[in-house]
Design a protein around this ligand. Structure first.
Ligand code: SME
Length: 169
């Protein structure tokens, strides 16, 4: 593979880091259709770009349960401490993102009704729904931080752009 993944430049803004991250993700994944490979690569490159992220990973829609009418997420590729295995649609921040198909930016997870504390060190969180080309929710991408108020509009836009480019293109 002839791709050089660059460390973010010292002093780069969050927007610039996301622009480079998206270029790196697309370069590494060019021609790779496997979703596990795509998700694992995104997690790896995100954590290299943002070393402070505490938990970074995917919860994937369980298609077997979906066929039986049960809407549930099951943990996918991630980096961090042990994550919960399964989350029902509508439960916690991940379940809210999956149910509403809307990115959840949560500055204080303790104030979020129904937040699921997989690790008590998590204090803020962003969860982005992952849609396929048909517009179906196939997963959510979840990032947790030990600091309060870590995530903002730049994170929402940056992460939504990456998910769109990889999974909905
Ligand atoms: N906090 C999440 C659960 C997933 S973990 O944090 C890894 C939530 O409420 O959806």
């Amino acid at each position: 593979m002839d791709v050089i993944v660059q460390a973010p430049a010292l002093g780069a803004s969050k927007v610039e880091i996301y622009q480079q991250l998206k270029r790196d993700v697309l370069a590494v994944l060019e021609g790779e259709p496997d979703r596990v490979a795509q998700m694992a690569t995104i997690v790896c490159l995100c954590v290299q770009a943002f070393p402070g992220w505490f938990w970074t990973g995917f919860y994937i829609v369980d298609t077997v349960k979906a066929a039986a009418g049960i809407k549930e997420l099951v943990v996918g590729p991630y980096n961090g401490t042990l994550g919960c295995l399964r989350i029902a649609f509508g439960r916690g921040v991940c379940g809210a993102a999956a149910e509403t198909r809307t990115t959840q930016v949560v500055p204080d997870v303790h104030a979020f009704p129904g937040h699921i504390a997989c690790d008590s060190r998590s204090n803020s969180e962003i969860v982005v729904p992952v849609l396929d080309a048909k517009g179906d929710v196939i997963a959510v991408f979840d990032v947790d931080s030990e600091q309060f108020g870590t995530f903002d509009e730049a994170d929402r836009q940056g992460l939504e752009a990456i998910m769109q480019a990889v999974f909905a293109a």
